[in-house]
Design a protein. Sequence first.
Length: 428
Amino acid sequence: MSTKLQGLRGMNDLLPDEAERWEAFEAIVRDWLKSYGYRPIRTPILEPTALFSRGVGEHTDIVEKEMYSFEDRLSEEKMTLRPEGTASCVRSVIEHSLLFAQPQRLYYSGPMFRHERPQKGRYRQFNQVGVEALGFAGPDIDAEHIVMCRRLWDDLGLEDIELQLNSLGDASERARHRGELIAYLEKYQDSLDEDGKRRLYTNPLRVLDSKNPAMQEIADGAPKLTAYLGEESLRHFEAVQDLLREAAVPYRINPRLVRGLDYYNRTVFEWTTTRLGAQATFCAGGRYDSLIAQLGGREAPACGFAMGMERVMMLWLEGQEVNGPLETPDIYLVHQGEAAQKFAFRLAEQIRSAGFSVVFHCGGGNFKSQMKKANSSGATYAVIVGDNEANSGVAAVKPLREEGEQVSLVPEALTEWLAERLYGVEAD
Ligand code: HAM
C-alpha cells in the first residue's frame, strides 16, 4: 500500500459542515457589502513578485520572509502567490483604467498565502474579505469603512472587540519622526531584540509594535508619530474621530499602532479581540494615498481594510452548534424496481424544475434501508416509488420530520402539494 498523502501544513480543508457555515457567512457579507454600494472585483491568485515587493514594501515581514515565490519554468518570470489583496486590486484598477471616470468602491474575497508559523488563527493559506475605496480623499470614507465594520460585527453578534485607531501622517511627517526615532532607538541598541536590530535602520516604525514586552517598554518612551503630524493630517484625523463619535463607534487611540505593510499613511485601524489568544487582530486597514501612483497609476487617494475570515468565523461560531448540516434537502427520493427507477429519475427532475431540492437514492437496497438513508439525510419528505406506483404514474409522499399520512399523487399534484406545504403557496 502506498503512503497516505496529507495536505500541506497551515493549509486547511473545510469539510461540509464547516463549508456550509462559510457559505452562510459569505452570503451575509455579500449583502452587507451591497448595502454600502461596494462592487466585486476578482483578480488572479498569482501575480508578478515585483507587485508585492514594490507595493507592500521590501522591508516588511511579508516580503522579507513570508511570500511563496517561484520562477516560471518556461518564461522565467518571477511570480508570487498573493499574500494580500490591496496590491492586486490596485494593479487591476490601474491596468483597466477603472479610476478614469469615477472613484471606485470595490471588494474581493478569497485565499491569501503567507509562510508564517501556523497556530490557532494563523495559517499559511487563509481567506480575506477585503474592501478598497479608490479615488476618495476625505475622512468620510475612512469613517465609512469603520462604521460598516461595526455594523457587521453587530449583525454577527461579536463580543469583546475593540477598535484601535492611529494616524501615520504623511511621508514627510514620517521622515521627520523617523530620524528622531532612530536616534532614540540607537540609545537602546544593545537591548534591542533580533527583529529590533534588523529593523532599526530599515523599518524603525515596526519596532514600536513589537509583541516582545522588553521592546514594548522601550517603545513606550519613544517619540510618538502623532506629535509630528502637520495641520492637514491632524485635521483629517480629527474629522475621522468626529464621524466615529457621531456614529457612536467607540475606539481607542493606540499611538503604537503602525501596521505591517508599508503603503499606509494617515488613518490606520485594527479590530482586536481578547477571544483569539495571540492572533488578536481580526480585521485591519487604513489609508494608502501613494500606492496607486507608486504602482504606476496616476496620483489618487484610497483606503481600505481586510478581515481574516477564519478569525471572524471563529468569533461568530463561538457558542454555536457547528456539527451537522445547515442545508437539508426538501426530498429524498426512494425507489425500487426497474420501472420505478426510470419513473423516479424523471420525477426527480420534474420536482427540481418546480424549485425543490431532491436527493435521488443511488445504490439500491430495499425500501427499509432506503428509508433509513432518507431519514438521516435530513430531508423534509420522502417520495417513494415502487413498480406499482410507476405503472399507475403516481408517487407516494411521506413526511419525515412530523407526523402525517402518506399520500399518493400524480407528479403535477405532487409539486403543488409540496409548494403548499413548504412555501405555503396555494395552487389556483
Ligand atoms: P493585514 O493586516 O496583513 O492587512 O491582514 C488583514 C487581516 O488578515 C488580519 O487582521 C488577519 O485577521 C488576517 N490575516 C493575516 N495573516 C493571516 C494568517 N496568516 N492567518 C490567518 N489570518 C491572517 C492586509 O492584508 C491589507 N491588505 C488590508 C488592507 C486592505 N488595507 C487596506 N486595504
